[in-house]
Design a protein around this ligand. Structure first.
Ligand code: C2E
Ligand code: CA
Ligand code: CA
Length: 408
């Protein structure tokens, strides 16, 4: 039995013609925390059932080879209906066939969260189910009530947005590895507002690119200020799709960097898998050009998206940031440790620097260190802070970790 991380209760369905396999699947889904598991023996039955359910399902485990409407036809149907659930493909078939089915399903807009080989087990399904929740729980973007777009526009004009900076440190010697710029809104009456309340609004109102440049300008000022205080650190910024499809972005950023007398090698852009894979043509051009100019490229929130590693290897990333769902509390969760270990190993194989996000406690730190992660970021090391607090944090941190070498 695998220890189970906290997840909200969920509704599941298993579509499988073989009765014994279906029962195993239903049992395993229950073990994984499903509140209700609906069973269907073929595609038509599943579609009929889906229409009668009062509560929508979250997870569908789908066999591919079935008499009548097979799994492929079923996936096309649900893709066209834009069903909101995530699908796990269960099959005993050849990997190339499963891969083709997966690509077909994705092209129809079906959210595939993974492939599980039969016989199904808790160890195989649970990590995939976690991915489903990773996407909906983690994203702080969705959790906060959005602010009205006109207020955001006024606030941009009043220059109320600024970056906070969160440190990242090397695990082997505690030296500073860099800081990440995270946007905050210093609202005159509401106080500090987190990005979840305004970034998605900025994205949909096409405001994000301009604000990103303003933020980058402030990040450059910060970098110069810290340098003057003897801290030569690299700075990371987060990019949205809008910025990435702008193929002139690398030139603009690199001009800003050189104008400030700094080097692109001291800056990293972070993009999520989903962002990198949207409009792949343009994104690839921008990302490849950024890398050519010397910027670091980081895959953010790794593990919560749905792109395969094969897709990710097309982009010349230099760093892999493992999402906090796999990190925070990992010491007590075997499944999380297994997933973390796999991600770290993969990063090493691809020669990427691995960064664990969400290191909140000493136990988290020890767990990620034991698994061989290169860099840690999280509240245990330091919370995001205004630029003026970075020097104080640094002195404090290096004072407590005497072995901390100068940052490399
Ligand atoms: P992210 O890039 O994954 O940033 C990490 C988030 O995790 C930050 O939330 C940070 O405050 C939080 N965090 C860091 N350490 C810990 C920890 O130990 N425990 C916990 N529970 N949380 C931790 P924040 O600042 O609210 O930012 C949320 C998201 O907003 C960011 O996620 C990023 O996707 C987006 N964002 C922030 N600034 C920008 C920006 O300038 N541009 C764009 N496009 N997105 C941004
Ligand atoms: Ca980030
Ligand atoms: Ca992240």
């Amino acid at each position: 039995m695998v220890s189970r991380p906290d997840m909200p209760p969920f509704q599941a369905m298993i579509l499988e013609d073989h009765e014994f396999q279906r029962k195993i699947g239903a049992h395993v889904l229950k073990l994984c925390g499903a509140e209700a598991v609906h069973e269907a023996a073929h595609g038509a039955e599943a579609i009929a059932l889906l229409e009668t359910l009062k509560e929508p399902i979250d997870i569908m485990v789908c066999d591919l080879n079935m008499p009548g409407m097979d799994g492929l036809e079923f996936l096309r149907h649900i893709g066209l209906r834009q069903s909101g659930f995530s699908v796990i493909l269960a099959s005993g078939m050849d990997a190339s066939i499963i891969r083709a089915a997966e690509m077909m399903a994705r092209s129809y807009g079906v959210r595939i969260i993974g492939i599980a080989e039969k016989p199904l087990s808790e160890g195989k399904l649970l990590p995939l189910i976690l991915r489903h929740f990773g996407q909906s729980i983690v994203s702080p973007r969705q959790q906060t009530k959005p602010m009205p777009v006109n207020e955001i526009q006024d606030a941009i004009a009043r220059l109320e947005f600024e970056p906070f900076f969160q440190p990242k440190v090397y695990m082997h010697n505690c030296a500073l590895a860099g800081v990440e710029a995270l946007m905050r809104w210093r609202h005159p009456t509401l106080g500090l507002i987190p990005p979840g309340a305004f970034i998605p609004v900025m994205e949909s109102a096409n405001l994000i690119s301009d604000v990103t440049f303003m933020l980058f300008e402030k990040a450059l000022e910060g970098a110069l200020e810290w340098r003057a205080a003897g801290i030569d650190t690299s700075v990371a910024i987060n990019l949205s799709v809008d910025s990435l499809v702008d193929t002139s972005l690398p030139d603009k950023l690199s001009k800003m960097v050189t104008d400030a007398g700094l080097h692109p090698e001291s800056f990293t852009v972070e993009v999520t898998e989903t962002v990198a894979m949207t409009d792949l043509g343009h994104s690839l051009e921008t990302l490849a050009r950024l890398r050519m100019k010397g910027f670091g490229l980081s895959i953010d929130d790794y593990g919560t998206g749905f792109s395969s590693m094969q897709q990710l290897t097309r982009v010349p990333f230099s760093e892999l940031k493992i999402d906090q769902v796999f990190v925070t509390g990992a010491a007590r969760q075997d499944v999380l440790q297994a997933l973390l270990g796999t991600s770290v190993t993969m990063a090493k194989r691809l020669k990427l620097k691995s960064v664990a996000e969400g290191v909140e406690t000493e136990q988290d730190w020890q767990t990620v260190a034991r698994l061989g992660c290169d860099v840690a970021q999280g509240f245990f090391i330091g919370k995001p802070m205004p630029h003026g607090d970075v020097v104080g944090w640094y002195e404090d941190w290096t004072g407590h970790h005497k072995s901390a070498a100068s940052s490399d």
